[in-house]
Design a protein around this ligand. Structure first.
Ligand code: COS
Length: 385
């Protein structure tokens, strides 16, 4: 299908498809079983300049947009959504600096991120502040030209492996979401530590830890944007990054569909390949249609963000919602087509089904996406009156 990509975008897709086939597929099972962090593949992605895709050229990046990263994440996720996440989560952790960082911060941090030398992580979620991101408890108290951070962030992707942490903390709790501010914290800062890695259902190649701040002093110049802007930094970051989760979901779904088609052409029952049966054909047709619809929405939302459209929250939430629900449905159906074999770890579809589930949960549950979409519709309708 022709999606109207530029030559660069076609090259990104081809390069990532090659990395997925040659480098990721042979090791995905190993990382799924061991839960080790895939540094060897991160190195391959860094050498291919993937970490710089959406970073401006003056900071060492390729100067692309959301769509460029989305294409990379989709292709890599066809092989393994967990390994691809090292890239997508670094994008998430970098957006606060890209969107709200000052010149010094950009010059200091972006070149190493673009080169893939340092990974980034985004620290918003806490034990009591998941969907209710405004309920952040972590505090940042000013002390001269420093801030002292205290609190624990939970389920942080790239936790302990990243060098750069963008963190939302309360500088004035009484003000609620308007009392939050965003900061950059470097690994190695005294008072910053990590819990053990979480033992997860899926995306097991990805590191997930708590990020703990205990009297962690950081220079006041590490504040991103202005004091009190932290919640907005977080929301605008999520608006930009959700197509990345959608791309991960899309890749997982497309990978599972591909496996299911191939399997249905080989597996024989009742003297025929199972793809001869209409029951299987209808399943494949529905799976492919859902994948294509998700793809269209993910690309459109990414393009609109890159074109600078205002009010991107709705489209961003819509593409994440559709692609994640599609990934869950399509991977479940792929397991069904494989039958008993699909339930076994020898075949990749059971891992894909486990990997898909998280896309309905993180960067805002799909219930939160529906809320964002509905509120945007209602707000728009109110303006028309
Ligand atoms: N862009 C800019 N500003 C935004 C915004 C956006 N996308 N969304 C909200 N805001 C602003 C609002 O305009 C409001 O500003 P004022 O105080 O000036 O009126 C402020 O932020 C608070 O907004 P709201 O009242 O809607 O906040 P709620 O506490 O009701 O929360 C949701 C809104 C649920 C949408 C938000 O908490 C959310 O996205 N939660 C999910 C968080 C998430 O994705 N977590 C996953 C972990 S991160 S990997």
């Amino acid at each position: 299908m022709d999606y109207g990509f530029t030559e660069e975008q076609m090259m990104i897709k081809d390069l990532c498809r090659q990395i997925a086939e040659e480098k990721i597929k042979p090791v995905r099972e190993h990382y799924d079983v061991t839960g080790e962090f895939p540094w060897d593949i991160v190195k391959v992605m860094a050498e291919a300049d993937l970490f710089g895709l959406s970073i401006e050229e003056q900071y060492g990046g390729m100067g692309g947009g959301v769509l460029d990263t989305v294409l990379a994440v989709e292709e890599l996720s066809k092989a393994c959504g967990g390994i691809a996440l090292a890239l997508a989560a670094t994008g998430l952790g970098t957006y606060p600096i890209l969107l709200f960082g000052n010149e010094e911060q950009k010059k200091k941090y972006l070149p190493n991120i673009a080169a893939g030398k340092t990974l980034a992580a985004f620290c918003l979620t806490e034990a009591e502040a998941g969907s209710d991101a405004g309920g952040t408890q972590t505090t940042a108290v000013r002390d001269g030209d420093e801030f002292i951070l205290n609190g624990t962030k939970q389920w942080i992707t790239n936790g302990s492996e990243a060098e750069i942490y963008t963190v939302v903390a309360m500088t004035n709790k009484a003000k609620g979401p308007r009392g939050a501010s965003a900061f950059i914290v470097e690994k190695g800062t005294p008072g910053l530590s990590f819990s053990k890695k979480e033992n997860k259902m899926g995306i097991r190649a990805s590191a997930t830890t708590e990020v703990i701040f205990q009297d962690c002093r950081i220079p006041a110049e590490n504040m991103i944007g202005r004091e009190g802007q932290g919640f907005m930094v977080a929301m605008k970051t999520l608006d930009k990054s959700r197509p990345g989760v959608a791309a991960q979901a899309l890749g997982i779904a497309a990978g599972a569909l591909d496996e299911a088609i191939q399997y249905s052409r080989q597996r024989r029952q009742f003297g025929k390949t199972i793809c001869s049966f209409q029951g299987i054909q209808f399943m494949l047709a529905d799976m492919a249609t859902q994948v294509e619809a998700s793809r269209a929405l993910v690309y459109q939302a990414s393009r609109h963000i890159d074109l600078g459209h205002k009010d991107i929250s709705r489209e961003s939430a819509m593409c994440k919602l559709l692609a994640a629900d599609t990934a869950m449905r399509v991977t479940t159906d792929a397991v069904q087509i494989f039958g008993g074999y699909g339930y076994m770890k020898e075949y990749p579809v059971e891992k894909m089904m486990r990997d898909a589930k998280i896309t309905q949960i993180y960067e805002g549950t799909n219930q939160i996406q529906r809320e964002v979409i509905a509120l945007s519709l209602i707000k728009e309708a109110a303006k028309k009156r």
